[in-house]
Design a protein around this ligand. Structure first.
Ligand code: PLP
Length: 394
């Protein structure tokens, strides 16, 4: 069948897109358990423990709601629970995903102001601060920032955005999309004063797609009491009324929740800080390979490099999609494509989730061989540069 690996003679497929990521066997085994009665006694015990456990990865003691939906659903939930039609909000166009969130806000009858970037860096905290300083009447109700912009491999300095909001003395909520950052890039919901953190299952959490999350501050909960955007499925109220008992207001994605339980255990056993440090190390090894090849990293701001993925620019006159097609055909590896204005200009190497040194080396070797096959000019030895770094930095 089409969804089963179609290249059985080429070994295991390398899924090195920046999400969905490789699902560890332990998580697959957990998902493989029989579906239980989601209103039965065992589920309440399981659900209660899980809803407590999930807070840690967000570094929050507050509420986290879990939706049976992809990340886009949790984006919508963050907006409709906190805002009212016609509300002004500030967004920063860090790349394709920030663009899509902005489009959604417009369709929801919000009035987003978009701060542009060149898609080579994170959100502009200073520009956000200026927009808020200029809003003496406090008409702006929220600032929305993408923490890890998956289309460019750039991160936003969320703590700096928080500081800019505070320095402006502005009461706007801070909504953060860390759909591809959670579990891969440092994110501190409580310490950074985030009001709603939006996340998804299929990236650093090492699960298949299908779950998404809102971590919610007390201030966001308060805003939800008066927010007037229409909401039903996404309403936090129904979730938060029943979640303390371990149950959900509608049918949860039971088997994905088993997987989440196993994935959170894996992160806890390794230690979240160690997991993040592994991502940093793999990202650095990848960038060393890219530089050695003579190619350019899309993120132009070293302090904002993503540890979850690296977007790589191909030289003018060459096709990133052609390279990806050659790598898929010859080496059975999927890499991320360029999105929006980066279509065919970049390819994206996902190095997030469940990944070891040898998998990363397989990935980088595949890219290096692919560069040769696709006829893209490069300097051989990038994979070696990554090996030197990894073997010297255990
Ligand atoms: N935001 C970011 C940063 C993403 O990477 C993605 C998906 O890759 C989304 C939002 C949309 O999430 P989903 O495709 O799970 O609906």
């Amino acid at each position: 069948m089409a969804y089963i690996e179609t290249r059985p003679t080429q070994g295991r497929h390398f899924l090195q897109i920046p999400g969905p990521t490789n699902v560890p066997d332990r998580v697959l085994r957990a998902i493989d358990n029989p579906t239980m009665d989601h209103r039965g006694p065992e589920f309440g015990v399981f659900g209660k423990a899980l809803l407590g456990k999930v807070k840690k990865v967000f570094r929050t003691t507050g509420d986290v709601v879990i939706y049976p939906a992809s990340g886009t659903g949790a984006w919508e939930a963050a907006l409709v629970n906190t805002l009212s039609p016609g509300d002004r909000i500030v967004m920063c166009e860090t790349g394709w995903f920030a663009h899509l969130w902005h489009e959604m806000a417009t369709r929801l009858a919000l009035k987003p102001e978009l701060i542009p970037t060149d898609w080579r860096r994170g959100a502009d905290a200073a520009a956000i601060g200026e927009a808020l300083q200029a809003d003496q009447g406090h008409a702006i109700k929220a600032v929305c920032v993408v923490h890890n912009e998956t289309s460019t491999g750039s991160t936003s300095r969320v703590a700096a955005v928080r500081r800019a909001i505070d320095e402006a003395g502005h009461p706007a909520l801070l909504l953060v999309d860390t759909i591809s950052g959670l579990g891969s890039v440092d994110l501190r919901h409580d310490d950074w004063g985030i009001d709603v953190t939006v996340a998804g299952s299929q990236k650093g959490l090492m699960l298949p797609p299908g779950l998404s999350f809102n971590a919610i501050s007390a201030k966001a909960l308060k805003a939800a009491e008066t927010a007037k955007l229409p909401r039903a499925f996404w309403d936090w109220k129904a979730m938060l009324a029943i979640n303390p008992t371990g149950y959900f207001p509608y049918t949860p994605a039971t088997n994905l929740l088993y997987g989440l339980d196993a994935a959170l255990d894996m992160i806890e056993e390794a230690g979240l800080d160690a997991v993040l440090a592994r991502h940093d190390r793999h990202a650095e090894a990848t960038r060393r390979a890219v530089r050695h090849w003579g190619l350019e990293v899309q993120c132009a701001e070293p302090e904002e490099y993503s540890s979850a993925l690296t977007a790589v620019r191909v030289p003018e006159g060459h096709s990133a999609d052609g390279l990806r097609a050659a790598i898929l055909e010859r080496f059975n590896m999927s890499l991320g494509n360029g999105l929006g204005r980066l279509k065919d200009r970049v390819f994206r190497i996902g190095h997030l989730g469940d990944l070891g040194d040898l998998q990363l080396m397989g990935t980088l070797s595949g890219v290096e061989m692919g560069l040769k096959v696709a006829g893209i000019p490069y300097s051989p030895g990038g994979a070696q540069a990554a090996m030197d770094y990894l073997s010297g930095n255990g």
